[in-house]
Write a protein that binds this ligand. Structure first.
Ligand code: SF4
Length: 444
């Protein structure tokens, strides 16, 4: 059987796809990147915003039209929050909600009248091939936990994903070692509330990372987004091991405590600043990136100025900036003093400009240093120009005929691209006028 996997939304959705693809491949099925030639299409949907909901509906329609013959399996947050509507959508054959995701392969095989994986013994065909690399990706997302015990007032994910549940440490270590054996050089640990890992199995993220560092040899380990609380004081000491990449994505959402209170966030600005100062004092040029919502209900001009001041003071390597949109089913959608669209947009523009300046400042600190880069993508077949990521999770471009995908190589960091988005490595004898690699990269 040929199976195509599609996802919208977060890295957790991506990690789940990789896991299912690996399970189906182990049972002798084929993974195809082309939905039009698949027998089965698995779509992991998203509902984080109203726009994501709309995109999920549109994607279901697109997949149905692209291949009306294929069996269409829909899972994920959009499907979990709207099971009946999705079930009654043209072309959808099976809906699996978030709570059942771990049994998706079994349920799909049962639905297709095949013997589910759990009932097959000794028929593991086994494959050295890795589903991730087969899909042209080089960083493996590893799901470590699901669900969240908190109730941030704007968040629908906590409703769609349910209570916290963690995978065993051994399970995660085994998956990382298998990926490494299959040629993957870098993994990122992901979940809904990564910092809450282990709360249900008497363990912790610190214990998990220590075990991974002790019992795996994969060269690069990353953390996907981590809520900036539930981290013990000694947590950042782990970054003294240079296999743990010096970057964390810590969503702050607002730089003003009164707004954070209305969001029911567990971390106030002073605590966040202490956390960031602590890790920056421990690890050279540690890269902190973040998420920020503009125009949260009730956000006054004075509160907004506080947020701008706080962001300017701390500085971030990269920011994801979201314009608040009311999400039906969340507390925030029922809060008074919803901010006008024009004001939200204006604040978003202002924050994007600030974020671009802060990113350029952060990148400039790396010029004149060298970095070991995981090369991921050749930008065009014609010339040897490649893009990859440094340990600090900064994107870097280089012209170099010796580079190969999924390899790690040390290069000098010679400049920042004029658009302030990329680091650049210049060959001593460049083939083409160096000027600005970014022009080539952005032209692709
Ligand atoms: S901690 Fe994160 S996942 Fe949990 S409710 Fe808040 S925003 Fe949502």
């Amino acid at each position: 059987m040929f199976i195509n996997f599609q996802a919208l939304g977060c890295r957790l959705n991506e990690a789940e796809l990789e896991s299912w693809a690996g399970q189906f491949m182990k049972l002798g099925h084929q993974v195809t990147t082309n939905a039009a030639e698949a027998d089965v299409v698995v779509f992991n949907s998203c509902a984080v915003t109203a726009q994501a909901d709309r995109k999920s509906r549109q994607q279901i329609g697109r997949l149905q039209r692209a291949n009306p013959e294929a069996k269409l399996i829909v899972t994920g947050c959009h499907a979990s929050l709207n099971p009946e509507a999705v079930k009654n959508t043209l072309g959808v054959d099976l809906v699996i909600d978030n709570q059942q995701k771990d049994q998706l392969v079994d349920q799909t095989l049962r639905f297709l009248g095949e013997q589910p994986e759990s009932l097959r013994v000794g028929t593991q065909i086994g494959t050295s091939e890795n589903a991730l690399l087969k899909r042209g990706r080089h960083r493996g997302f590893i799901k470590i936990q699901d669900g969240c015990r908190y109730r941030c007032t704007y968040c629908i994910v906590t409703i769609a994903r349910g209570a916290e549940r963690s995978r065993s440490r051994q399970d995660i270590v085994d998956e990382i070692n298998q990926m490494h054996r299959q040629g993957v050089q870098e993994i990122a640990l992901t979940g809904v509330h990564v910092g809450g890992y282990g709360s249900d199995i008497d363990s912790s993220l610190y214990a998990l990372l220590s075990e991974i560092l002790d019992h795996t040899e994969i060269p690069r380990i990353r953390l996907a987004s981590v809520e900036p609380w539930d981290l013990p004081d000694h947590f950042f000491k782990l970054f003294e091991n240079d296999r743990l990449m010096p970057h964390m994505h810590l969503p702050i959402q607002s730089g003003c405590d009164s707004v954070l209170r209305r969001m029911a966030r567990r971390c106030k600005t002073a605590e966040f600043e202490r956390l960031v100062d602590q890790v920056r004092s421990l690890v050279t040029l540690f890269n902190v990136t973040t998420d920020l919502i503009t125009g949260f209900p009730g956000e006054t001009e004075q509160e907004w100025r506080q947020t701008v001041g706080f962001v300017e003071k701390l500085g971030f390597g990269h920011m994801h900036i979201f314009t608040y949109s009311a999400r039906a089913g969340t507390k925030a959608a029922r809060l008074p003093d919803q901010v006008e669209q024009a004001t939200k947009k204006m604040r978003s523009r202002e924050m994007h400009l600030l974020a671009a300046r802060l990113k350029q400042q952060e990148l400039s600190k790396h010029v004149g240093r060298s970095a070991s880069v995981l090369w991921e993508q050749q930008m065009s077949d014609s010339v040897d120009q490649w893009v990859g990521y440094t340990p600090h999770y900064h994107k870097i471009a280089a012209f170099d005929a010796n580079i190969r995908a999924a390899t790690i190589g040390d290069v000098s960091i010679d400049s920042v691209s004029s658009d302030g988005l990329l680091l650049q490595h210049h060959l001593s004898q460049p083939k083409v006028a160096i000027g600005d690699l970014a022009q080539h990269v952005s032209r692709g």
